[in-house]
Design a protein. Structure first.
Length: 101
């Protein structure tokens, strides 16, 4: 039998190492949306950009505030933006559609 962790010590956002206790604290201090929790804790800002933890955080906010979880989740996925060279947009610079062959 493995020892169990207290609920507040469980990692919810593994990328930023944000615990359930930190999320609860943010909600108790006024965070009511995913954006609020992100600003208070930096959760959802790691390498996965919230793909792993967003639903868990929404569930936690919903449980603590009685706001419907569906209202908290983003309606569309918003992938991270990357800089693109102008040549790539213009179709120049060696980028080919046939895989470079």
């Amino acid at each position: 039998m493995t020892p169990s962790l207290p609920d507040d010590d469980v990692l919810v956002c593994r990328c930023q190492e944000v615990t359930r206790g930190q999320i609860r604290c943010a909600v108790h201090n006024g965070a009511r949306t995913l954006r609020d929790v992100k600003l208070h804790t930096q959760a959802m800002m790691g390498l996965c950009q919230g793909r792993t933890c967003t639903r868990h955080i929404a569930r936690e906010i919903s449980a603590l505030t009685s706001v419907d979880e569906a209202q908290l989740l983003p309606r569309t996925a918003r992938p991270p933006v990357r800089p693109v060279p102008v040549q790539a947009l213009a179709g120049e610079g060696g980028a080919t559609s046939d895989g470079g062959a």
